[in-house]
Structures are given as structure tokens and as C-alpha cells.
Design a protein around this ligand. Structure first.
Ligand SMILES: C[S@@+](CC[C@H](N)C(=O)[O-])C[C@H]1O[C@@H](n2cnc3c(N)ncnc32)[C@H](O)[C@@H]1O
Length: 294
């Protein structure tokens, strides 16, 4: 099976029109932040951000499969000593467009720069907003399980009586937990906080995200052969990671220098041999009975 990469040069609002409807399994992207990176690739004024972004999310909604997921890495900046509200406004407007705001993951930047401000501490996290088209979407949770760790040794040793039975949710949501179920397991599901260092390698891009970031979401929401899109491709982190993980990838970038840089680093066709699914022999009760002698 071949794994392809398609790259488009230009404004993603326009270039997205080249992509068929309901064809993409996962969108992972980090758009330009409001005005922040003015010196490199231009920013959008915080007051115009929602208006600028909505036609793009409209196209993203069109190209995403109903089983697909959209992960948006974004963080509102501080304007005149106050957090700007454009991300919150964007979420509300996207819901009106038809998106479900399913989840918010936090990217904890483990190595944020030291600094001192009179009215706040250094910013060490960013939002990873999860949007879906449908409430039922593909999610491969077992792919991102983490070692149980010390927690199992300490917390599980002193189980209370409620912990040993299913502890029904006190708010009646129907969700409960039975902690003792985890006693014998060595892996647990992760939380919605990702602890990752910011990208320090020289990628010739001022805002490249760490490879582990798209990698984690690609594992969680896609399987080999699926299609992953990054409409604000930059240095191509999503594209290279997706390729390595045997996913088909699509990248869009407005600046020719980044587009060319990614294109040059890509093999013309990324070709991987995917193992064919094992075919199991069908159960043949008659033959089995014969062998057993009954
Ligand atoms: C925050 S950076 C993405 C960085 C990327 N995640 C990486 O790891 O390198 C945003 C990128 O979007 C590009 N961009 C800005 N406006 C765009 C548009 N309308 N269409 C396509 N790309 C755009 C910028 O040139 C920039 O490279």
C-alpha cells in the first residue's frame, strides 16, 4: 500500500477547496496566533481573528469525515493586561457552524522560558481544542496508554470500601469507577494534559511544535493508511510525523519558503508496505468433531 503526501502552496481558505468533502480522518494544526509573530509570517489582529478563521473552519468541517477529529493548537494572547477572548468567541462561533467542542487538552510546555511580569507568571501551557463533526468518532485509546507507575503502588495499596465496589457517580451521570479493577494492570489511560517540551531543534521555523504533539493525536485518532491534514503546515512537523507513521498526509502553506523547504525534504512518493491483515482459518465444527472423535 502506498502512503502519499499532497502539498498545496497558498491560502488554506482557497486551497482547501481542492480537497474532497468527507475525506480527511484527522486535522492537526497550529494557525498563526493573533499578531504575535508579526515579523515572520504576519499576524491577524485579535479583533479580526474569529472573522478571519471562520471561513477556514467552514472548509475544514466540509473536508473532515463524520468519524474524524480536528485538533486546534491555539492560545489567546494578553492584550492591555487582559487575556483576549478571541479563542472563547471562536469556540462559540464554531459550535454555531456545526462543530461539537468535544474536549480541551492542555499542552504543558515543560521548558518554558523563565521570566517575570508584574501581574502574572510565565505562561507554560497552550490549548489543544478537540472538535468533532459527530459525537461518535474514531478513537484508539489503547494506543496512548501509559505505564501505571508509582500511583498503583501507593494509591491502590490502601483501597477504601467504595474503591472496591463500583463507585457510582455522585451526580448520577452514569459514569462510575471501580479502582480495584486496575490492581492487576500495568498500563492506564492518560489524562488530558500532555507534558511536552517546546521544539528546540533548529527547524527553520519560529513556531514549530514538537513532533510528539501531532504523533500523540495521530496515534489516538487514526490508523495506518488514514488521511491527516495540516492546513497551516509551517515546517511540516505534522506531515513528516504522519508519513513516518504510515498515514497519508496533506499540507497547506502560504509562504513559498516553508512550502519549498518541506517539499525538498519529502521523498516524491512515500511508499510503505503495510502488512496484510492476517486471515484466520474459519471455524469448521464438523472437522473439529472428527478430530476430537465425537
Ligand atoms: C504556527 S505556524 C505552524 C507551525 C507548524 N505546526 C510546524 O510545526 O512547523 C503557522 C503557519 O501557517 C502559515 N500560514 C499563515 N496563514 C496561512 C494561510 N492563510 N494559509 C496557509 N498557511 C498559512 C504560516 O506561514 C506558518 O508557517
Amino acid at each position: 500500500m502506498e502512503v502519499h503526501t499532497e502539498l498545496f502552496l497558498g491560502d488554506c481558505k482557497v486551497q482547501l477547496q481542492n480537497i474532497p468533502s468527507n475525506s480527511v480522518d484527522l486535522i492537526v494544526t497550529s494557525p498563526p496566533y493573533a499578531d504575535q509573530r508579526k515579523n515572520t509570517y504576519g499576524g491577524i489582529h485579535p479583533d479580526n481573528y474569529v472573522e478571519w478563521f471562520l471561513p477556514i473552519t467552514e472548509e475544514l468541517l466540509r473536508v473532515l469525515k463524520s468519524t474524524g477529529t480536528f485538533i486546534l493548537n491555539i492560545k489567546e494572547k494578553v492584550v492591555e493586561s487582559e487575556r483576549s477572548t478571541y479563542v472563547l468567541e471562536l469556540i462559540l462561533e464554531m459550535r454555531k457552524q456545526g462543530w461539537f467542542w468535544t474536549e480541551e487538552f492542555i499542552w504543558h510546555k515543560k521548558n518554558s522560558y523563565p521570566g517575570k511580569w508584574p501581574n502574572r507568571f510565565r505562561d507554560s501551557w497552550e490549548r489543544l481544542l478537540q472538535f468533532n463533526k459527530d459525537k461518535r468518532f474514531h478513537m484508539y485509546q489503547q494506543e496512548v496508554m501509559v505505564p501505571m507507575g508509582e500511583w498503583a503502588k501507593t494509591r491502590l495499596k490502601n483501597l477504601s470500601s467504595t474503591d472496591k465496589i463500583r463507585d457510582e457517580s455522585k451526580v448520577g451521570s452514569g459514569f462510575g469507577k471501580n479502582i480495584s479493577n486496575w490492581l492487576t494492570r500495568d498500563k492506564a489511560y492518560p489524562t488530558n494534559v500532555l507534558h511536552l517540551a517546546t521544539e528546540c531543534n533548529n527547524k527553520n521555523h519560529s513556531a514549530a511544535f514538537p513532533e510528539e504533539l501531532p504523533e500523540w493525536f495521530i496515534k489516538l485518532f487514526t490508523k495506518e493508511g488514514d488521511i491527516v491534514l495540516d492546513p497551516f503546515m509551517g515546517s511540516g512537523t505534522t506531515i513528516f510525523v504522519g508519513n513516518r507513521m504510515k498515514r497519508n498526509t496533506i499540507g497547506i502553506e502560504i509562504l513559498p519558503e516553508y512550502y519549498k523547504m518541506v517539499k525538498q525534504q519529502l521523498p516524491t512518493t512515500s511508499l510503505y508496505l503495510l502488512e496484510p491483515l492476517t486471515e484466520y482459518e474459519k471455524t469448521r465444527p464438523k472437522r473439529r468433531s472428527k478430530i476430537r472423535g465425537n
